[in-house]
Design a protein around this ligand. Sequence first.
Ligand code: IFM
Length: 449
Amino acid sequence: MELNVPDTHGDARGLAKRFPADFVWGVATSAYQIEGATREDGRGDSIWDEFCRRPGAIRDASSGDVACDHYHLYESDLDLIASLGVRAYRFSISWPRVQPLGEGAFSESGFEFYSRLVDGLLRRGIAPHATLYHWDLPQALQSQGGWMNRATIDRFTAYATEVVRRLGGRLASIATHNEPWVVAILGHEAGIFAPGGKDRRIAMQVSHHLLVSHGRAVQAMRAAGCRAPMGIVLNQSPIHPATDSETDHAKARLDDGLIIRWYMDPLLTGSYPADVIEHLGADAPQIQDGDMDAVRQPLDFLGINYYTRSVAATGESKDGCEPRREVTDMGWEVFPAGLSELLRRLHADYDLPPVYIMENGAAYKDALIDGRVADPDRIRYLSSHIAALADALDTGVDVRGYFVWSLLDNFEWADGYSKRFGIVHVDYATQRRTVKDSALWYRDFLIGS
Ligand code: IFM
């Protein structure tokens, strides 16, 4: 399909040349956001199925019940990925699809789906990068306390071990968790994501259990003989003070502690940042003997999801008169320089394993007109972030891969279907996929790489 894509092709090929030939270029999705078929083949309920039933929880009162119907359309979706020249695909495994209750019996049909998916990818020359937990905890485990209950750590470890027993030899990489900050804070303190909790102490305990479960799962998967590279995926952004005031600087430092160092420090150095522990006081998590050693497992890679920077504002600067900046449909500022800044900072502060940008992308109000979606803003967003990534590489950061979020428009959590992140448009009434101009740009970019 040749469309009149804005003239960025030459640039795209030039940009591609800034990366090594073995750099991994991919697209990403997650199970609950695209699969649908939530009640098929014995899949158990997840906390997101339950959360979506709560009046007012999801902006358009929708759910992932049908989503992109990828569970049924996966073969043609894999053809689509191949047609874009993309050679790596990041997806997540739905825990309740392969183990409906989160403990006990595994589902043969659930595992068969992922087995077919992985084989389908390999047949097309696309490397399968799996994430074990992209937020869809089996509801049966939530009924026993969810991630607040230490027993969930053991359940997750058992689930991870079974995944590698069945699929491990065919996977290009395995990430334990996607964005544990989001799970802990948006899900257990802010209450805007499943399971909808609003308690900081619980949220911080959950963050600790997520990290311990990461480490224990990695230990168990390696002990089971799995040789696939293992890591974790963190959402991160540099945090800038809104003004030069002391209070804004202090807030930026604290937010940096709560969002970046709270995860990076234990994973890479084996302890939580002392300033954050002090700030949390009675809300600091309870840590058992051996926990921190478990968290700090050698990582084969670190996954980073980057969308925007964060701005820390206090007092008056909160409603300050910042000039209006360019934002996406999420209201997130377009700030590509933040990606290189973040990577350089992590590289300077930690002994990093190879880094993969596991998500980067943008939602825009796309319109399908006469079979075409012209999305020049997304093309600019992607190309400017990829250029920022090249800058980071130039300064010596060991980045090995980049995945666009997302392959398809999909269920954007509490925003339902109101936000479109895909480089492929989905008409939810017909499930028709239309390649957006940005996907064609990415294809061209990949041809140059
Ligand atoms: O859609 C999400 C994804 O599931 C996790 N990272 C951020 C994306 C955009 O909000």
